[in-house]
Ligand binder design. Structure first.
Ligand SMILES: [Zn+2]
Length: 61
């Protein structure tokens, strides 16, 4: 069953590779910005806007 273990390791590697700094489209303004990872999908500029904070608050409520 060493093949299965190898597959799992490959998935982990792929996930880690995707969760790195890269150019991504902002979820808010759709502009491409430098994202630090999966947790950064909104550009720094939009994060400072009231609209984004309001939307995040609604999602969290
Ligand atoms: Zn943006």
């Amino acid at each position: 069953m060493s093949d299965q273990t190898s597959e799992l390791q490959d998935l982990d590697t792929a996930r880690a590779k995707a969760d790195v700094e890269a150019d991504r489209a902002c979820l808010c303004c759709r502009k491409t910005f430098r994202s630090a990872g999966f947790g950064a999908r909104v550009c720094p500029r939009c994060k400072t806007t009231t609209a984004w904070r309001t939307g995040a608050g609604l999602l969290g409520a």
